[in-house]
Design a binder for this molecule. Structure first.
Ligand code: ADP
Ligand code: MG
Length: 214
């Protein structure tokens, strides 16, 4: 039974997310070329590569230091909408986690919820707008529900990853109401949202890092 996540495991999450962004770069770009400007893969790969380079310069001692560093690097290295949005997510997550070296399930859920709230404050996405919110909100809700039902951390983050993937898939028929894709109107329907796709990977890699640490 895994009950806490420590700084090293969170750092492993960031490394896994960075590797996945490089690996899925073409796919994310393909998704963004259908309903945006074909740069989501490049944006995420560039931002997360900068994050890994910065982390290589010295491992952060606390969780807030780690996550705030990730957020600031993303804000400063990614030009697209996703940079400030993911940047705010990690900054808020770090602020809520605090200067600690491990989080239990409730504390992790509270930090992720704060990150989600940061995205809402920044981009004003609502459910069904066809954005990263549509993958992230169900993931954070599923994490809360699993923990409330007595699931251990591993099972809870795995439920969150499943919910994020379902949320990503549910963006397919939606007409975009936020971001560049909204300029297409009805023509945005029939394509997955690129940001929802990267967010599903964010939660998939979190589940993998927690599983890897068990
Ligand atoms: P840009 O749209 O500037 O080219 P990216 O292509 O990197 O930036 O990111 C696009 C993704 O950002 C979209 O697929 C969507 O998920 C997300 N996004 C865009 N605008 C918003 C918003 N206002 N709120 C939440 N997410 C948004
Ligand atoms: Mg784009």
């Amino acid at each position: 039974m895994t009950s806490t996540i420590d700084t090293t495991t969170l750092q492993d999450w960031i490394s896994r997310f960075a590797a996945a962004m490089t690996e899925k770069r073409e796919w994310l770009t393909e998704l963004d070329s259908a309903i945006g400007d074909a740069d989501h893969g490049a944006n995420m790969a560039r931002g997360m590569t900068a994050v890994v380079e910065k982390l290589g310069a010295g491992a952060p001692a606390t969780i807030d230091e780690l996550l705030k560093g990730v957020g600031m690097t993303l804000v400063s290295s990614v030009g697209g909408a996703s940079g400030p949005l993911y940047g705010t997510f990690f900054l808020r997550m770090g602020m809520t986690a605090g200067a600690v070296t491990s989080l239990d399930g409730q504390a992790l859920a509270a930090a992720l919820r704060a990150g989600l709230d940061g995205i809402v404050a920044r981009g004003k996405p609502e459910a069904g707008d066809k954005t990263m919110y549509d993958a992230m909100a169900p993931a954070v809700d599923a994490l809360d529900a699993a923990l409330a039902g007595g699931a251990d951390l591993g099972a809870a983050v795995s439920a969150a990853a499943d919910a994020a993937a379902a949320g990503r898939d549910a963006t397919l028929p939606l007409v975009a109401r936020k971001g560049r894709a909204s300029y297409l109107g009805e023509r945005s329907a029939g394509h997955l949202d690129p940001g929802a796709a990267s967010t599903a990977i964010l939660f998939e890699t979190l589940a993998a890092a927690v599983e890897g640490a068990a």
